[in-house]
Design a protein around this ligand. Structure first.
Ligand code: F6R
Length: 259
């Protein structure tokens, strides 16, 4: 079962996860990180910045979860640009070492396989940061996605388009398709860290952590993984049946165990 850590707010979550990532980088300067976009991981990236000052991060490698298909590469909301702006530049990572699936139409037919090969060639992802959609998606694996899926093109649900319309001028500008790591790809990462904040995520979190394992709630795939940390604020934890047990477990966690 996932370890669920209920924190007071997003900043506390960011600090906790950033500590873990900073120690991974200290232990292995070439560590492969799995990066997410959207609002949720921003406190992690912010908290990482001071922790990495003076640290040589030039060899850190990274793979983003997803990209919009057919989006203008210059568009500020292409995930390649988001990752550059929110992660690569502020943390001083080496751009060539940080990858995003290629959403260009000309090469889309083999872009998924190319990405899988690149992740495998890097030796796989050590720690994968995940957010969760209100419909339960992780990456852009919308409800119904196969647990065995690899990086491929998916169609965004209306719900996801509505949720992401805030990054665009209107919902009509949100691309219809994306290319996303599959649930199978995500499950290969060695440590999954899923973050969620706010009441709007409470149902998706409860479904992912405690609901039946079902393709209808893609986030429930995390229940199949041996090492998962779910870091949530009180509002996102509000529908968890075993919340008291998670608090008790965290308070009594032996110091040597780490995240
Ligand atoms: C982003 C991603 C998505 C988001 C999810 C939540 O790379 O893969 O699964 O994590 O849509 O988005 P936010 O964090 O904006 O609520």
């Amino acid at each position: 079962m996932a370890e669920v850590i209920i924190v007071p707010d997003a900043a506390a979550a960011g600090a906790l996860v950033a500590d873990e990532i900073a120690s991974l980088i200290a232990a292995d300067p070439e560590v492969v990180l799995g990066l997410a976009t959207g609002s949720t991981p921003l406190p992690v990236y912010e908290a990482l910045r001071p922790r990495l000052e003076g640290v040589d991060v030039s060899r850190v490698r990274g793979f983003a979860l997803d990209e919009y298909v057919g989006i203008d590469p210059q568009h500020p909301e292409s995930y390649r640009n988001v990752i550059r702006r929110e992660v690569v530049e502020p943390l001083g990572l080496t751009p060539e070492r940080i990858h995003t699936p290629n959403g260009a139409l000309e090469t889309i037919e083999h872009a998924g396989d190319d990405y899988e090969r690149a992740i495998a060639a890097a030796g796989g992802v050590e720690l994968q940061i995940l957010g969760i959609g209100t419909d339960g998606h992780i990456g852009f694996n919308e409800p119904g996605s196969s647990f065995a899926s690899s990086t491929r093109v998916k169609t965004l649900t209306e719900q996801t388009k509505r949720d992401n319309a805030r990054f665009f001028d209107s919902i009509d500008q949100v691309p219809t398709h994306c290319i996303t790591q599959g649930l199978g790809t995500i499950l290969h990462a060695r440590h999954l860290v899923l973050l969620a904040f706010g009441e709007g995520k409470a149902q998706a979190v409860a479904g992912a952590v405690e609901g039946p394992v079902t393709a209808s709630v893609p986030g429930s795939a995390i229940q199949l993984h041996p090492r998962v940390s779910v870091v949530v604020d009180e509002a996102a934890a509000s529908r968890l049946r075993f919340a008291d047990y998670y608090r008790y477990t965290w308070e009594n966690k032996p110091a040597w165990q780490g995240l």
